[in-house]
Design a protein around this ligand. Sequence first.
Ligand code: ADP
Length: 469
Amino acid sequence: MNLHYLTTSRNNPQFYTFRQNFVKGKKPELDDIQWEEIQNLGWLDFWHGEGHQLLEEKWHTLYPTFQEEIDIATSEEKANWQELWEEHSTTVSGQFWHIFSCAFENYQLRFLHSLESDDDEDDERIEDVGQTFDKLELENIETEIEEEINQLADDFTSDVDEEHQLKLMGLPTAFGTQRQHKARQETLQHIDSETSAIIMPHENKFLHLTKKNKWLKAKELKKKIRDITNIPQFMQDENPLRKYWYKRFSLFSRFDQGIRLDRESWFSVTPERIAKQTATRLACDLIVDAFCGCGGNAIQFAFTCQRVIAIDIDAQKLAMAKHNAKIYKVDHKIEFIHADFLQFAKSTRLKPNMVFLSPPWGGPEYLKHANFDIEQNLLPVGATELMNCARQLSSNVGFFLPRNSMMKQVIALSGAAGQQCEVEHNFLDTRMVAITAYYGKDLIKGDRNDEDDDDDEDDDDDEEDKESS
Ligand code: ADP
């Protein structure tokens, strides 16, 4: 497998999701997969989620005086600004698109691989994939970190030929250029009409940095990320693990306000960007987070749901989750319950709208499998049993799973034959982090007729329940 490996910055990786619906009992036929549609939707998700905002942030960083100048600009100057803005949009979206396309190609490769679920089929592949993962995860850590830290500075200072801009605006150029303008990328047809209809960022209020502040900011950020004053002892002792420390702000953007994590959670907490996406998808009145850990998901659910029930079998983790929720000022929306989820599901009378499952994957060892068997390798029980427990509470379930999970098994969790699930592959830059599978009629935008049928069945079930109780 030949995967791309491109990053923006460790502190601020770009987030992409690619999603597909599957029907239980219907083998996914490769010819039927609508790659183009998936790619377009993935791009739109990114664009509306953060792409456009990033574009504007970069703009304000490059032209800190824009906001003041545009207010007093003559019509000729306004036209110049417009031209500059269009060029900026084309260049920056071209750069975004490049990373996005690599991520999409990785998605296709990984997806095709995940359909090959017969482990005996191909031992060589297992080794091959293991090596790829090792390569991605562990080699050249120091160089990788250094490059990414440097990238931060670039985020603040690159992509600008000031002389050119000044000329465009009819302003004096005597104070010269700062950096070479990077090669302009072609406008991409794929960027849809909404993207190309970007309006000038007059009305948005962004942080305005002076040029001096811009450099200071980049320097400060580099310093902040490099700062290892509070690095946990085990990371000090094991050098390759330091990369987790440098990623800390992508796990919790408020990390430096006192986030607490134990050793295990450093490797397993869901990165904030992904937790946010899942929380948007599972927004409802009442949600159960069945394996809350240190609270990465529960905190984000608290922003999109009225109430969150966060369960964990480990009291210390639960205490850390509570502490972390306080940092995000959402602890009042979360009820922390110290329990074994399997027991809880059997005994509770609670009827949440959604259940979120993020069970232990067995530590980083999960990457040693070419195709991760979610029936054999998840803890504390296999995926089907876990789903059965979750369904006792609600038919709407989000399931956070390893990126190398066997797709056939994931689809098989959909319930009865003919029912659907949606599988979302989550990427940070070109690196696939995990998959999230969604089940249940409130979560799947499937065939309306099927849904209506399901509704009828559910109604019948409800009636039976009422009668028997
Ligand atoms: P891994 O690193 O193997 O993925 P995690 O740390 O993500 O494991 O495990 C998720 C959380 O699930 C942990 O906080 C753990 O305490 C919790 N947990 C494990 N078993 C249960 C259970 N039966 N009920 C509730 N929580 C559990």
